[in-house]
Design a protein around this ligand. Structure first.
Ligand code: ADP
Length: 642
């Protein structure tokens, strides 16, 4: 496609974001270099992955590198990589917008940081805006990039003040040059055109980058005589040769996952984490394994300290990278780590892997399958062994994801059920494991009770729990959407059945048979009056203080499930529910006496509707006719108050 020079504005959120990161990261300016080197290294990774199926992409050569070129006079710093590069469209797409799906989360963060003019660094790392950090040190950035296999290049330029230009350009070779026009150096600040500064920053933050990060350095050697001794000049000092420029590699490229644990410092582990994850927070913890034997692999895996904003977005990438003998094979490797552990970031290096393996057949590869199985086991073992406090932090962030495994990974269902935690009617906001729950079940309690809903507040006071509370039976309060699915995948735990507190009979206290009989014709009447609303009217085994509630048959969808399905746009078959009435409540006795006097009394219809509305309100549902409800309540109050 033909393009000419165009000027665009940054999206508003980008402008706000740039302003914030420049202010927030000022004291940490050197990390811009790590971000740009990481981007360059990713770009090379992506090229080498793509070239596995399209060798033509490497026709310029496969000697990958990232080059840093400082220019003291022009005060520029150029970062060049010979990675995959970007097409015109990709530049428009990638630079100048915030990672698309993150916009909402990002706007929220801005909102929260509004009055501070700064953003906590731990928030910044989450939005994939590494590139913009270069505006901390640069007052103009130029990108010249050519995608591998393309003929035209693209030039992007911005002074970071809200606009950028984009136009076709010339570039002899594939890859990306990022040219920073550096701001003047203030007193005591690092000068990023200084060789020493650049060496130090690369060593500190990017040492393990998998490709050489090189820089031209001036070497001055001394003249030596044939026997290797320095030749001295008339002033008695060694005579120097004319300076030569040499390209020097600044990073050691040591794959830390291949090292021995004892040879890696915590700092190195953390730096490696920020390199692979683009997360600027330190990880919560990491696991470093070397497995030998039939299934041989090295793995270095991290648990982030914070859940990323896109954890539940379907397009989210997995954080596992696959290597073979330190050669990058692919990232986002779903075949290694199951979806319910998708928050884990890190590297798996399998020396015996077939290098030509394609993504499509990865899943069938016996070695990959063994590693997959083995990794799950090791990760679950490691989670089991986390100190309680760390486990809790982990669970707060990722528990809802981990639980998905109960539904999706049958082989490990029991282990995952043991790792799962729930809040309960008796846990006072704390997490309880099913093992703990089972251990403190009452002697006359046979089942594990649970109740689902969208917030603790809405279910903890639900009338369905009244009888259970009176019995002092603990009830699991399940508020994650996934809970509905896992409960179906896990009919029992340690031979104890799960029983919904809102569905079916609780089988704890039987309703008195004579009472039941006494109310039976009234209940028939109410059922006929509410034929449009409910499928049955029956005496309740749930209620103590409340007069009515709605319940389902054991196999009906719960109220929360229905809400969830509706929220995802699915059509929910209209299942009528059961109206449960409390035959020990004085209101029921009063209605009974009206009924006994005149079975056709019009008030019966009003009261029936009111009982139904009360049941709906008590579970946080929407009543059909709020105006009628409020009028009826008003009339009743007027009567009661005389
Ligand atoms: P992130 O790297 O976290 O996605 P950035 O804002 O740093 O966010 O970069 C945005 C996107 O621009 C990257 O995801 C990548 O697609 C593209 N990009 C950045 N630098 C390069 C590069 N050196 N070569 C190719 N593409 C790049």
């Amino acid at each position: 496609m033909e393009h000419k020079k165009e000027t665009h504005s940054f999206k508003t959120e980008v402008k706000q974001f740039m302003h914030l990161i420049i202010n927030s990261l000022y004291s940490n300016r050197e990390i811009f270099l790590r971000e740009l080197i990481s981007n360059a290294s990713d770009a090379i990774d992506r090229l080498s992955f793509k070239a596995q199926t399209d060798a033509k992409l490497l026709e310029e050569g496969a000697e990958f590198k990232i080059k840093i070129t400082p220019d003291k006079t022009a005060r520029t710093l150029t970062l060049s990589d010979n990675g995959i590069g970007m097409t015109y469209e990709e530049v428009v797409e990638n630079i100048g917008t915030i990672a698309k799906s993150g916009t909402a989360a990002f706007m929220q963060a801005i909102e929260n940081a509004k009055n501070q003019n700064t953003l906590a660094p731990e928030l910044i790392g989450q939005f994939g805006v590494g590139f913009y950090s270069a505006f901390i040190v640069a007052d103009k950035i130029t990108i010249v990039t050519k995608a591998a296999g393309e003929t035209t290049a693209t030039r992007w330029e911005s002074t970071g003040d809200g606009e950028y230009t984009i136009e076709p350009a010339e570039k002899p070779s594939r890859g990306t040059d990022i040219i920073l026009k550096l701001k003047p150096v203030e007193k005591d600040e690092q000068d990023f055109t200084e060789e020493w500064t650049l060496r130090q920053v690369v060593k500190k933050h990017s040492d393990f980058v998998n490709y050489p990060v090189v820089m031209d350095v001036e070497r001055v050697e001394t003249e030596t005589s044939d026997d290797g001794k320095p030749i001295l000049g008339p002033d008695g000092k060694p005579v120097k040769k004319p300076p030569v420029i040499q390209e020097e590699t600044l990073n050691s490229m040591k794959a830390i996952w291949a090292k021995d644990k004892k040879d890696v410092t915590d700092e190195e582990y953390k730096d490696f984490y920020s390199h692979i994850s683009h997360d600027w927070n330190p990880p919560l913890t990491w696991f470093h394994w070397k497995l030998e034997g039939v299934t041989e692999y090295n793995a270095l895996l991290y648990i982030p300290s914070q859940a990323p904003f896109d954890l539940f977005m379907p397009e989210r990438k997995h954080g596992a990278q696959l290597y073979c003998r330190r050669v990058f094979i692919m990232d986002d490797c779903k075949e290694l780590i199951p979806s319910y552990l998708r928050f884990i970031k890190g590297v798996v290096d399998a020396p015996d892997l077939n290098l030509n393996i394609s993504r499509e057949i990865l899943q069938q590869d016996a070695l990959v399958r063994n590693i997959h199985k083995n990794l799950i086991k090791k990760i679950l073992d490691a989670l089991d062994q986390l100190p309680a406090e760390e486990f809790e932090k982990f669970y707060n962030e990722f528990g809802a994801v981990l639980k998905e495994g109960i539904h999706s990974d049958w082989a490990n269902r029991d282990r995952l059920a043991k790792l799962a935690r729930f809040k309960t009617t008796q846990s006072d906001g704390k997490w309880v494991s099913l093992t703990e729950y089972a251990a403190r079940m009452k002697p006359d309690q046979n089942d594990i009770y649970y109740m689902t809903g969208d917030s603790l507040a809405s279910i903890i006071n639900s009338p369905h729990l009244e009888a259970l509370k009176e019995k002092d039976f603990e009830v699991l309060l399940m508020t994650d959407p996934v809970d509905e699915f896992i409960i179906q995948a896990m009919p029992e735990f340690e031979k104890k059945k799960f029983k919904s507190a809102e569905k079916g009979d609780l089988d704890i206290d039987k309703v008195d048979e004579t009472k039941k009989a006494a109310f039976s014709s009234l209940f028939e009447k109410i059922k006929s009056l509410l034929a449009d609303q409910v499928k049955e009217v029956k005496p309740s085994s749930h209620l103590r203080d409340s007069v009515s509630c709605l319940s389902g048959d054991t196999y009906d969808a719960s109220a929360y499930m229905e809400k969830l399905l509706k929220a995802t746009g699915q059509t929910v078959p209209a299942v009528k529910r059961i109206l449960e009435l409390n035959v020990n409540h004085p209101v029921m006795e009063k209605i009974q006496s009206i009924f006994e006097k005149n079975q056709e009394d019009v008030a019966l219809k009003d009261y029936s509707l009111l009982l139904y509305d009360l049941a709906t309100v008590s579970e946080g549902g929407k009543i059909e006719n709020p105006a009628r409800f409020s009028r009826q309540i008003g009339e009743l109050m007027a009567k009661a108050l005389g």
